[in-house]
Ligand binder design. Structure first.
Ligand code: ATP
Length: 321
C-alpha cells in the first residue's frame, strides 16, 4: 500500500540547565493508505511533542536533533511557514484535545471550515458552502444549514469536536493526526466520536494516527499500536498481538492497569513509580529500568536492540538472542 508518512530517526529535545534533553528519541514509523495506528503511553512520554513536530507546530524552544519526516515522499521537516500553509489541512491535518482552544470564538463555525477550502482551492462561494455542508453531514451533524451559522459557544462539546473533525477533513488530507480527541468530552459523547472515527476509516482513503494515553480505547479502534515510553517507541505491532501477547513489561503493565469488571472489588493495578521528568532523564540503558519488575543488570547499561517477531517488534533485553 502507498506510503503516506515516513518518520525516520526523529529526535526532538528541549534545553535545560543540565543540557538538551530529548523528549522524542530515534522515532521510526510509517503510515500507509488506510492505516489506523494508535500511539499510546502515559503522560509525558512524548506523544504530543512527536505529533506537533510532524505537523511543524512544535514549541519554539524545541530542537530537532535529527531525523526525517516524509509526507507522500516529500521531505517536510524544515519546511518554511509558507510551505506549511500549503501542507496543513490539504495533505496533513490534526485534531486537538480541546476544541474550544482551537476554534475561533468570534467566527461562525461554517465559515471556519470554509476558510480551510479558501486557502487550498479556487472554488466559488456556492461550491465551498456545498462541500462544507456535505462534510458537516459526514461527521454526523444534522441541521447543517442552521449549524453553519452558529458560533462555537452555541454548540455542545461533542458538536464542537465534530466541527474540528470536519475542519481537519474538509480538504481531504492524506494523513490525519488525532491527539487525544475524546479526552475533553463526556463519556457518552466519547462513544459517538469514537464511532465517527471508525466511520472515517471507511469514508477516508488516508491514514490516521490516533494518540491516546488509554490503551483500551485505542485497542477498540486501531489496527496497529505503537507503545511509547520516555520518548521511545518500545513496542509496536498488530492490535491482536499487542493485546493478546504483549512482550514489553511496560505494555503488560498498561494492559494490567485497564479496569476490568471481572476484577470488581479488587484494588486497581498501577505500574509502580512514574515517568522520569524530562530534565532528569539520562539516555543510558532502558528508560523503564527503574519501574520494571523483570529488570536485569544489562537494562541499566544498554538500551535494547529491537527484536522482530513479524507482526510485533519490541525493545527489551528479555528478548535478546
Ligand atoms: N515546551 C517544553 N519545554 C520543556 N519540556 C517540554 C515542553 N513540552 C513538552 N515537554 C516535555 O516533553 C516530554 C514529552 O511531553 P509530551 O507533551 O509530548 O507528552 P505526552 O506523552 O503527549 O503527554 P500528555 O498525554 O500529557 O500530553 C514531557 O516530559 C514534557 O514535560
Amino acid at each position: 500500500m502507498k506510503n503516506l508518512l515516513k518518520v525516520e530517526n526523529l529526535s526532538v529535545a528541549f534545553p535545560f540547565d543540565t543540557g538538551d534533553k530529548k523528549a522524542v528519541i530515534d522515532m521510526n514509523f510509517e503510515l500507509h493508505e488506510h492505516d489506523f495506528v494508535g500511539l499510546v503511553g502515559e503522560s509525558g512520554c512524548g506523544k504530543s511533542v512527536a505529533a506537533q513536530t510532524i505537523m511543524g507546530l512544535q514549541h519554539p524552544k524545541a530542537i530537532i536533533k535529527s531525523g526525517s519526516i516524509e509526507l507522500m515522499e516529500e521531505e517536510i521537516i524544515h519546511s518554511s511557514p509558507e510551505k506549511w500553509q500549503q501542507l496543513r489541512g490539504r495533505k496533513i491535518s490534526m485534531i486537538f484535545q480541546e476544541p474550544m482552544n482551537s476554534l475561533n470564538p468570534l467566527m461562525k463555525v461554517g465559515r471556519q471550515i470554509e476558510e480551510v477550502l479558501e486557502i487550498h482551492f479556487d472554488f466559488s462561494k456556492e461550491r465551498r458552502k456545498e462541500i462544507v455542508v456535505d462534510t458537516m453531514k459526514k461527521v454526523g451533524l444534522r441541521n447543517t444549514e442552521e449549524i453553519y451559522e452558529w458560533y462555537p459557544h452555541e454548540l455542545s462539546g461533542g458538536m464542537q469536536q465534530r466541527i474540528m473533525i470536519a475542519m481537519a477533513l474538509v480538504a481531504n488530507p492524506r494523513v490525519l493526526i488525532a491527539d487525544e480527541p475524546t479526552t475533553a468530552i463526556d463519556a457518552t459523547i466519547q462513544t459517538q466520536i469514537l464511532k465517527l472515527f471508525k466511520d472515517i476509516e471507511d469514508l477516508y482513503r488516508g491514514a490516521v494516527l490516533f494518540i491516546s494515553h488509554d490503551l483500551k480505547l485505542v485497542s477498540k479502534i486501531c489496527k496497529r499500536i505503537m507503545v511509547m515510553y520516555a520518548g521511545r517507541i518500545i513496542e509496536e505491532g498488530d492490535i491482536n498481538a499487542i493485546i493478546n501477547t504483549p512482550k514489553h513489561p511496560y505494555t503488560k503493565g498498561l494492559l494490567k492497569a485497564i479496569p476490568d469488571y471481572k476484577k470488581r472489588g479488587q484494588p486497581l493495578y498501577n505500574i509502580p513509580g512514574q515517568v522520569t521528568p524530562l530534565k532528569d532523564r539520562i539516555e543510558i540503558g532502558c528508560p523503564f529500568y527503574k519501574r520494571c519488575e523483570s529488570r536485569m543488570k544489562i537494562c541499566r547499561e544498554v538500551f535494547p536492540k529491537t527484536s522482530d517477531f513479524g507482526n510485533q517488534k519490541v525493545c527489551c533485553h528479555l528478548y535478546d538472542n
